[in-house]
Ligand binder design. Structure first.
Ligand code: NAD
Ligand code: WQD
Length: 337
């Protein structure tokens, strides 16, 4: 019996594949490589010394996806596949709604049809919108500020309705905070296309000399040093949370929501200093205007994940920076062409 990993070739998916394979689980990857490359899966095989099946399939193609279910005995799913760039989602809302929602409809219909009613879904702290306070617990009010976030919230609600209609479903909704870092092997990591949107890949490219300086978006936020505060979590810790979540979904049905963060908030300037201290590299920066839509502070109360799943983050900010730097130094052009 296999676990279907959608989006398994992506940043978080590859790290999760490694953890699942190392735990002796059978996995099958489905990815259309719209934001990833097949060689990332070869690296997963290299790290684990294990083989697995992978399909180049778009979740929008129901028939091609059904073939994966016909050819394999699938018992559950970790659903990473989706488009994730906030800015692009504002420019191309239909693309985001179509890809993320229709892909999920096809997937869930097939999980239902083939009796594999267990899903772990990649949600995001973005569903908390602009939180009234921090740290954030799972019962905070939900709202979003962009089409990407809207797709996450809509999928959360769709999965809840699926369980309401058929309580054999096990749904585990993981709300990730800010995943960063890379596998300690330096073989897999985040490979953004073009200019990185997110802080850490940008810092990594500055630290390794690929870009001259970091633009810090605003220093007048209501935080300890004026720059935005986030809850950065090592991608390997995040990957391990999926293993715990699927183990629980295998035992109990229901719908459960978990914050996956460390519970610690770091500002942009804290990150610059931590990166320099962990790596010895320099990260020159300039303060520029705020980025529209950014919030002051966002960090988790991750106690529920510890209480219910027995999961908590193990890597600290130094580990995250060092591992990010190793990946970027070893792979200056990511996975290349
Ligand atoms: P990623 O882009 O690296 O990985 C997503 C993968 O899904 C890619 O390999 C892409 O090719 C694939 N994909 C997209 N649409 C597909 C489709 N229609 N059919 C098949 N494959 C498709 O992103 P990631 O950072 O690994 O994120 C994984 C998931 O976690 C996403 O759902 C994302 O929204 C969510 N998430 C990410 C973050 C983050 O900061 N990275 C934070 C919160 C939530
Ligand atoms: C972090 C901090 C920026 C870049 C986004 C999505 C969210 C989730 C994770 C998917 C902020 C500052 C950034 C730069 C900077 N993704 N910054 N200069 O905005 O917290 O979250 O990724 O679900 O939905 O919105 O992450 O890494 O973009 O920014 O000063 O070049 O770094 O202003 O304070 P964010 P981020």
């Amino acid at each position: 019996m296999a676990i279907l990993i959608t989006g398994g070739a992506g940043y978080i998916g590859t790290h999760a594949m490694v953890e699942f394979l190392n735990a002796g689980r059978e996995v099958i990857c489905v990815d259309n490589f719209s934001n990833s490359k097949p060689c990332a899966l070869e690296r997963v095989k290299q790290i684990t010394g294990k083989d697995f099946k992978s399909y180049e399939v778009d979740l929008l193609d129901y028939d091609a996806l059904e073939k994966v279910f016909v050819e394999n005995k699938i018992e559950s799913c970790i659903h990473f596949a989706g488009l994730k760039a906030v800015g692009e989602s504002c420019e191309k809302p239909l693309l985001y709604y179509h890809n993320n929602l229709t892909g999920t409809f096809n997937l869930c219909a097939l999980l239902q049809k083939y009796g594999a009613k267990k899903i772990v879904f990649s949600s995001s702290a973005t569903v908390y919108g602009k939180p009234a306070s921090v740290p954030i617990t799972e019962d905070f009010p939900l709202s979003t500020t962009n089409p990407y976030g809207e797709t996450k919230l809509m999928i959360e609600r769709i999965l809840k309705d699926l369980h309401a209609a058929d309580n054999e479903w096990s749904v585990s909704i993981l709300r990730y905070f800010n995943p960063i870092g890379a596998h300690k092997s330096g073989l897999i990591g985040e490979d953004p296309k073009g200019i990185p949107n997110n802080l850490l890949p940008y810092v990594a490219q500055v630290a390794t000399g690929k870009r001259p300086y970091l633009s810090i978006f605003g220093d007048d936020y209501n935080t300890h040093d004026g720059t935005g505060v986030r809850d950065y979590i090592h991608v390997v810790d995040l990957a391990k949370a999926h293993l715990k979540a699927i183990e629980r979904a295998e035992k109990v049905s229901g719908v459960e929501y978990f914050n996956v963060g460390t519970g610690v908030g770091y500002s942009v300037l804290d990150i610059v200093k931590a990166y320099e201290a962990a790596t010895g590299a320099k990260v020159p920066y300039k303060i520029v205007a705020r980025r529209p839509g950014d919030i002051d502070e966002c960090y988790a109360n991750p106690d529920k994940a510890y209480r219910v799943l027995g999961w908590r983050a193990e890597n600290n900010i130094e580990d995250m920076c060092r591992d990010s730097y190793r990946w970027q130094s070893n792979n200056p052009d990511g996975y290349g062409e």
